[in-house]
Unconditional design. Structure first.
Length: 65
């Protein structure tokens, strides 16, 4: 089930499209919120990570590989 913030951003995006306003910032915020929600879901279901695993994942999120 989408979070309240995701639902709110979907509504803001729909309104922006309806009124022909720029949506790039809203789309970026919506993508970030969806990613954060997914990460929270995965982390809560996973066993604790090692420091090396956390560093690798943090690098991926930060744009490095």
């Amino acid at each position: 089930m989408p979070s309240t913030e995701v639902k709110s951003l979907h509504g803001k995006k729909a309104a922006a499209i309806r009124w022909q306003k720029p949506v790039a910032e809203i789309e970026r915020d919506l993508a970030a919120e969806k990613i954060a929600a997914y990460i929270e879901q995965v982390v809560s279901a996973a066993p604790p990570l090692t420091p090396s695993q956390r560093n690798r994942i943090a690098a991926l999120i930060g744009g490095g590989a």
